[in-house]
Structures are given as structure tokens and as C-alpha cells.
Design a protein around this ligand. Structure first.
Ligand SMILES: Nc1nc2c(ncn2[C@@H]2O[C@H](COP(=O)(O)OP(=O)(O)OP(=O)(O)O)[C@@H](O)[C@H]2O)c(=O)[nH]1
Length: 393
């Protein structure tokens, strides 16, 4: 936060960000509008500056001085128009600041050159100077430092030209000097304030964008965390089938629906035979791998609408909506055969696996999920007692 504060610090004298990269970003940000405004302002300045040629003619007639003034005005006007065109196309405010400074210096030189050619109209020119200083600061979009330097150049050159060519008295020199100074102070202060406020607004906008980006990242992170938590809660970590809790929820919903639709519903309890031996012989890690393989085989032996969950240990539970007794028997046989056909790699290739399956069919409206599970469990134990590797209904 304090790093951001330092980055957004504005120099009290220049009205620019102390941080160069931030200042450069700000100039890039305003470049488009500055280009447009500069072009517009330069065209207006060129037109006004050119129009004063009419007053030159009225005062001087077709004299040598008039032609000199006219030449100077044509140079200033065409320079402004050319620069307006260039700035409009490629006036990068961040890198080509000189391009924005150049018209100010050209216009300032043009104004100063009027003094030796029309010294008798000095009072009008003083007014024009004050207006020009204000325009430099406030109307022509520019950096405070650029505007201030050009204004200073205009002020000092004008005053020197006035003293040299218009034979100013010391009192008049001081009065005009003070007037120009005040114009500079007012212009400088006003532009400093504008620069300051605009950069503050830019900094606030950036802060807001940064916070939004941060928030978006946080939301994405939380969403993925939520998703991971949900998956972890809903599925069994080892086998990837439904966790017991999630299976119970889904099975309950399927059972209700079957009742509503008056459709049959079956439930399997599946238990891997002699799994303790597997663990004892090959170790728990191999036991885990085998369990997840069996779960995979079971899943692939079921139909898309059937659901399977891990009930605990080496026991799985399956819910079969829209399934009658004979269909359930067929599915269970297929599942049992697929497990029996399962071959493992390496040292365990000789190992033959089998499962015993107990089936319960929802008969009456009163058969709830727990009743079905108990009944399927009983069938499972019958199967175990009768020698395992079988399906019992
Ligand atoms: N590797 C592994 N073993 C498990 C896991 N959960 C339970 N078991 C083991 O499964 C075995 C179950 O043994 P028993 O309940 O005696 O049953 P069984 O040996 O399969 O014999 P029957 O079910 O009677 O055919 C135990 O040794 C448990 O430790 C598991 O997540 N991973």
C-alpha cells in the first residue's frame, strides 16, 4: 500500500508524478485526448494569429514592415498547422513532448517579432501577451513545465523587445513587467492545480482497477477452492466413485422419483472377497490400487443412470433406477464377471479377484433406503456364507 502511495506522489512544483513510469503511464493514458485538443487549439491559434494580418495592413499599408510581418505570420501560421497535423497523427505525449513544446515557442517568437515592427501598438500587444500567457497555461494542452518555460521565454523576450524598440519608460517597464508576472503566476497556479487534480483522479482510477483485479483473482480462487471442496466431499478420494454421504443423497432422490413414477428400484451391496488376504500378501498400497481398479470395473459395468458409491472399506453400493429384478440380476452378473476377468500387471498377474453381490428390490411404498441397504446387506452375507463370488437376491 505504501509502495503505491509513493508511486502516486505528485511533485508540488511540476504537478507531475515523482515516479517516472507512473508519469509515463499517465501521459499514455491522456495521449488520445491531448492529441485531439492540441490539434484543435493550434488550428484556432493559427487562425487568430493570421487574422491579425488585417490590422497590420490597416496600420502599415503595403509597406516593407507589413510584408515582413506578413511573412512572419505566414511562417507561424503554417508551422502551427503543420505541427497540428503531425501531433494529430503521431504526437506521443509521453515520448515526444518537444513536439508539443515547439508550437508554443514558434508562436511566442512570432508575437515578440511584432514589437519591433509595430512598436506604436504596444498597449494592444501587452493585452495580447497576457492572453497568450493564459492560453499557453490553460488552453493549449501541455505539461506545466513546458508551458511555464515557453511563457517565461515569451515574457522575458517581449519585455526586452519592448524596452529596446518601443522606448518604454522605467515606470511603464515595471508596470508591464508586473502585469506579465501576475499573468504567469495565475496561469502557473491554475495549471498546477489542474495537473494535480487530473493525476490524483488517474491514481484513484488505477487503485480502483488494481482492487478490482485483486477481487476478481480472489473470487476465482474461492470458486476453485469451493469446487475442490465440493468434489472432495462428494467423491471418494481413493476410488473416485461417490462418497457414502453423496451416494445416500442421490439414491434417496432416485428412490423417491421411482416411487412417484411407480417404477422399480434396486440396490446392490458389493463386497470384495478375501480382501484381507490381498492386503496381507501384497501390502496396503497394492490393496488400494486393486480397490480403485475394482471400482473402475464396477462403474464401467453399470448403465449411465445407475449410481455407485463406496460404502466403506472394500464394500461398494449401487443404486439402479427403473430396474426390475431380472434386469438387476443381469447387471450384477455382468459386474461380477467383469471383476473376475480383471487382470493385474506384474507380480499380481496371477491374482484372481471376485466379488459377492447382495441385491434388494424396492417392493412396497414403505421400503426406504435404510431398509433396502439392510436387505441387500443380508443377501450379501448369505452369498458370503454360500461360498462367495456370487449374486444373491
Ligand atoms: N488396502 C486397503 N484395504 C482396505 C481398505 N478398507 C478396508 N480394507 C481392508 O479390507 C479388509 C477387509 O477384510 P474382511 O472384512 O475380513 O473381509 P475379507 O478379507 O474381504 O473377507 P470376506 O469379505 O469375508 O470375503 C481388511 O483387511 C481391511 O483392512 C482400504 O481402503 N484399502
Amino acid at each position: 500500500m505504501s509502495q503505491q502511495k509513493t508511486r502516486n506522489e505528485i511533485h508540488w512544483l511540476t504537478g507531475q508524478f515523482r515516479d517516472r513510469s507512473n508519469e509515463s503511464k499517465y501521459r499514455d493514458y491522456i495521449e488520445k485526448s491531448v492529441r485531439f485538443e492540441s490539434r484543435f487549439a493550434l488550428i484556432v491559434v493559427a487562425v487568430i494569429f493570421g487574422m491579425f494580418g488585417i490590422t497590420d495592413y490597416n496600420l502599415l499599408g503595403l509597406t516593407r514592415d507589413y510584408y515582413l510581418l506578413l511573412t512572419m505570420r505566414i511562417i507561424v501560421v503554417s508551422s502551427c498547422l503543420i505541427l497540428a497535423f503531425i501531433i494529430g497523427r503521431s504526437g506521443g505525449y509521453a515520448r515526444n513532448v518537444w513536439l508539443h513544446a515547439l508550437p508554443l515557442w514558434i508562436v511566442a517568437t512570432g508575437i515578440v517579432l511584432i514589437v519591433p515592427l509595430r512598436p506604436e501598438s504596444l498597449s494592444t500587444q501587452v493585452t495580447a501577451i497576457v492572453v497568450a500567457i493564459m492560453a499557453f497555461y490553460l488552453l493549449i494542452p501541455n505539461l506545466l513545465t513546458v508551458a511555464a518555460l515557453a511563457s517565461l521565454y515569451l515574457s522575458i523576450s517581449f519585455l526586452s523587445a519592448a524596452v529596446a524598440f518601443a522606448e518604454l519608460s522605467p515606470v511603464a517597464t515595471v508596470t508591464i513587467g508586473l502585469l506579465i508576472m501576475v499573468a504567469n503566476i495565475v496561469g502557473y497556479t491554475a495549471l498546477l492545480r489542474i495537473e494535480f487534480l487530473q493525476r490524483k483522479q488517474f491514481a484513484l482510477l488505477n487503485e480502483e482497477r488494481e482492487q478490482n483485479r485483486h477481487l476478481e483473482k480472489e473470487i476465482t480462487h474461492r470458486k476453485s477452492l469451493e469446487e475442490r471442496l465440493r468434489t472432495a466431499a462428494e467423491s471418494d478420494a481413493l476410488t473416485g466413485v461417490d462418497s457414502r454421504g453423496h451416494f445416500m443423497q442421490r439414491a434417496e432422490a432416485l428412490l423417491q422419483r421411482s416411487r412417484f413414477e411407480k417404477a422399480p428400484f434396486c440396490l446392490f451391496m458389493i463386497d470384495v472377497d478375501y480382501f484381507k488376504r490381498v492386503n496381507d500378501t501384497w501390502g496396503h498400497t497394492c490393496g488400494d490400487q486393486i480397490l480403485s481398479k475394482i471400482a473402475e470395473v464396477c462403474q464401467h459395468s453399470l448403465r449411465p443412470n445407475d449410481i455407485i458409491g463406496r460404502f466403506g472399506g472394500e464394500e461398494f453400493v449401487v443404486g439402479l433406477p427403473n430396474t426390475n429384478t431380472s434386469e438387476a440380476k443381469a447387471v450384477a452378473d455382468r459386474l461380477k464377471d467383469n471383476v473376475a476377468a480383471l487382470t493385474l500387471d506384474g507380480e499380481m498377474s496371477e491374482l484372481r479377484l471376485s466379488v459377492t453381490i447382495g441385491i434388494a428390490v424396492a417392493d412396497t411404498e414403505d421400503d426406504d433406503l435404510d431398509v433396502l441397504i439392510t436387505r441387500a446387506d443380508n443377501m450379501l452375507y448369505v452369498g458370503k456364507r454360500e461360498g462367495r463370488n456370487r449374486v444373491v437376491i
